[in-house]
Design a protein around this ligand. Structure first.
Ligand code: ADP
Ligand code: NI
Length: 216
């Protein structure tokens, strides 16, 4: 039964996200699922079914993929009407998806271990080599520059400002990516993040060397 539900959910998500090129593609979702199940196994905590379902569905209502937040939520709700999942499990999955986003996650305290694990899994995919690739893919799609030394580095930038392109992909490392390692919930994710953090720092180092021509 659970296997069938997972298959149905995979099919729905593949269909919804297949064409996306902003870093929210199916392969991102698949990596988040794999990361999350790995953390769950290592930590010996959490319900793997809830974790897998929430991982698969986590980007469906994302503001960046829908005209409005409400439309995104409606998409998720109508999918749930087509599969037979007990109400309390469905509520839990929706609650995880609503609370894990970076913006929501900083204000809202995560209630369950499953939410913490899916959030860590999503954050791991925003750092390291994959994180670097996703940042430039996203920036390119938004028409944001790779880097501009005249742009100031700021602690936080609003979604509106992102949309207006008032940042650069390199700035995004300081605004978000380099901070993620200290926001992780589980020891398993923290361990994985160490190498990914080093990778980003050495990338930035080399980037500035080349930008300034110091390696010539
Ligand atoms: P997630 O779905 O992983 O929680 P987001 O929806 O915020 O994260 O972003 C999706 C991907 O796009 C991430 O890899 C993130 O780092 C990247 N991204 C988001 N905003 C920017 C930005 N302003 N510049 C560059 N990359 C960005
Ligand atoms: Ni995601």
């Amino acid at each position: 039964m659970k296997d069938l539900l997972i298959k149905q959910t995979e099919k729905f998500v593949r269909n919804e996200l297949g064409e996306d090129a902003t870093g929210h593609d199916w392969y991102h979702v698949d990596r988040v699922r794999r990361n999350a199940l790995h953390i769950c196994k290592e930590e010996r905590f959490g319900d793997p079914f809830v974790i897998e379902m929430a991982s698969l569905l986590h980007d469906i209502p994302d503001e960046k993929l829908n005209k409005t937040v409400e439309l995104g939520r409606a998409k998720l709700d109508s999918f749930f009407k087509t599969i037979s999942v007990p109400d309390e499990v469905k509520e839990h999955i929706i609650q995880i998806i609503d609370t894990i986003s970076y913006k929501g996650g900083r204000k809202t305290k995560l209630k369950t271990i499953e939410a913490k694990i899916v959030q860590d899994a999503d954050r791991l995919d925003a750092i390291g080599a994959i994180g670097i690739a996703r940042a430039f893919a996203y920036g390119g799609k938004k028409g944001q520059p790779i880097f501009d030394p005249a742009v100031q580095v700021r602690e936080e930038i609003s979604l509106e400002e992102y949309r207006k392109g008032k940042s650069t992909s390199i700035h995004h490392f300081y605004e978000k990516l380099l901070k993620l390692k200290d926001l992780l919930n589980t020891e398993t994710a923290k361990k994985i993040a160490e190498k990914r953090q080093e990778m980003m720092l050495s990338f930035l180092d080399q980037f500035y060397q080349e930008w300034d021509g110091h390696d010539l």
